[in-house]
Design a protein around this ligand. Structure first.
Ligand SMILES: Cc1cc2nc3c(=O)[nH]c(=O)nc-3n(C[C@H](O)[C@H](O)[C@H](O)COP(=O)(O)O)c2cc1C
Length: 178
């Protein structure tokens, strides 16, 4: 697949078949995340992949609101994304280097996550990023330490629908060339 084909075929998928995803594919997706650039190569992204059937149901029912439970129903994998706080965007004394502070950790995580999404697409898999989730439940059920910020839950699986690309803004609305 060319890069443009990858970009065009990735969609947020909100209906999954019950086809299983291999552990090798999950590892390949996280390995793709590791290739992304990061603040001083600090690589602060952290991932919690839930594949065990019982755990999966517990995480979906306790950590996602009903509409995201429905969106990710049947998805055989959830990847919870997090990052170590106070590193990306901070100096060696723990001081924020500029006004964005921990936003840089989120920035780096987003770069990693896009690499993951495109790797999943290349492998014939589909994804849904879910930003609406219960942080406290995820933290306690997955033993995510307080040093890490919990960010998204990414559903991973095989599509059961073929969504169209939602419209994008015009280039002139987002780009200013001077
Ligand atoms: C940070 C972030 C949070 C999102 N949270 C949700 C969510 O909680 N539930 C959901 O169904 N979609 C969620 N989405 C998916 C977006 O709605 C989707 O990416 C957007 O409509 C564009 O569609 P596309 O991904 O198919 O290009 C989220 C996407 C991002 C990047």
């Amino acid at each position: 697949m060319t890069y443009n084909e990858l970009l065009d075929s990735r969609r947020s998928v909100r209906a999954y078949s019950d086809k299983k995803v291999s552990r090798e594919d999950v590892e390949a997706i996280i390995a793709a995340a590791q290739k992304a650039p990061s603040w001083k190569n600090s690589q602060t992204g952290r991932y919690y992949a839930v594949m065990d059937k019982e755990n999966l149901e517990l995480i979906k029912s306790n950590c996602l609101p009903p509409f995201n439970q429905k969106n990710s129903a049947n998805a055989p994998v959830l990847i919870v994304t997090a990052f170590e706080r106070g590193i990306a965007g901070f100096d060696n004394d723990g001081q924020a280097v500029n006004e964005l502070g921990n936003c840089w950790g989120a920035y780096d995580l987003g770069l990693q996550n896009m690499a993951m999404l495109l790797k999943a697409t290349e492998l014939g898999l589909d994804t849904l990023i879910m930003g609406i989730r219960n942080e406290n439940e995820l933290r306690s059920r997955l033993s995510i330490p307080e040093t890490q910020a919990v960010v998204s839950v990414i559903a991973l699986g095989y599509r059961d629908i073929d969504p169209k690309m939602p419209p994008r803004k015009k280039l002139e609305e987002i780009l200013k060339i001077t």
